[in-house]
Design a protein around this ligand. Structure first.
Ligand SMILES: [Zn+2]
Ligand SMILES: [Zn+2]
Length: 211
């Protein structure tokens, strides 16, 4: 059984997620911690809860989702897991950091690549990888069928959708991803987005003005 802890980090207000089980095995998804106080907050929670980080996952590699990759990888000895097509996005992230006036040290280690249908195992719990491009070319979501939730990154938000004006973005592709990959999940599926509050698939099918 997975528990979910979220943090809101950086001036871009990105949601960082920790998933952890009853054995305190922990996955860190999109560590967007930018300031030292945010890194302390994240590590402090992990320490206080006795968690053992076992994997570092990125839904996609826009700067706000990768600020803390290097810090987390160095602190816990983890290898970054991402979609093949996000490697180029990650490489560009420090450049956009300079454009946003938020310089940072990028992750430089090796990679484990994830693709559609891959199963990520954290103890007894399983996350399925769902490819959902459009906001970013190699954007993936992490779906937990047994507990009815999805970590959706910047694909689908509460009453909104991801922007598609960044390099590699495509509006039609994003709409197809949402309709064909997310809206086929059960209505009660909880959606934990990269920004803003959580929602459900059913609520967004009914209320999302972009779809
Ligand atoms: Zn993004
Ligand atoms: Zn974002």
């Amino acid at each position: 059984m997975l528990k979910i802890k979220s943090f809101v980090f950086s001036p871009i207000q990105e949601n960082t997620y920790l998933l952890y089980n009853e054995f305190n095995q922990c996955a860190i998804i999109d560590p967007g911690c930018y300031f030292d106080a945010e890194k302390d907050e994240l590590v402090g929670f992990i320490q206080k809860s006795g968690l053992q980080p076992q994997m570092l996952l990125n839904t996609h590699c826009h700067l706000d989702h990768v600020f803390g990759n290097k810090f987390i990888a160095d602190t816990y000895g983890l290898t970054l897991q991402l979609h093949e097509k996000e490697k180029a996005v990650l490489q560009f992230a420090p450049t956009s950091g300079l454009m946003y006036n938020m310089p940072f040290d990028n992750y430089t280690g090796s990679f484990l690549t994830l693709k559609e249908g891959d199963s990520i195992q954290l103890g007894d719990d399983e996350l399925k990888v769902i490819e959902a491009p459009g906001h970013s070319p190699g954007h993936i979501c992490f779906y937990c069928a047994s507990q009815n939730f999805i970590i959706s990154g910047d694909v689908l938000f509460y009453r909104s959708i991801g922007r598609t004006d960044l390099p590699g973005g495509n509006h039609q592709t994003l709409l197809s991803s949402i309709r064909q990959k997310l809206f086929v999940l059960p209505d009660e599926t909880l959606v934990y987005s990269g920004h803003g509050p959580a929602t459900t698939i059913g609520d967004e099918k009914r209320e999302n003005p972009f779809l």
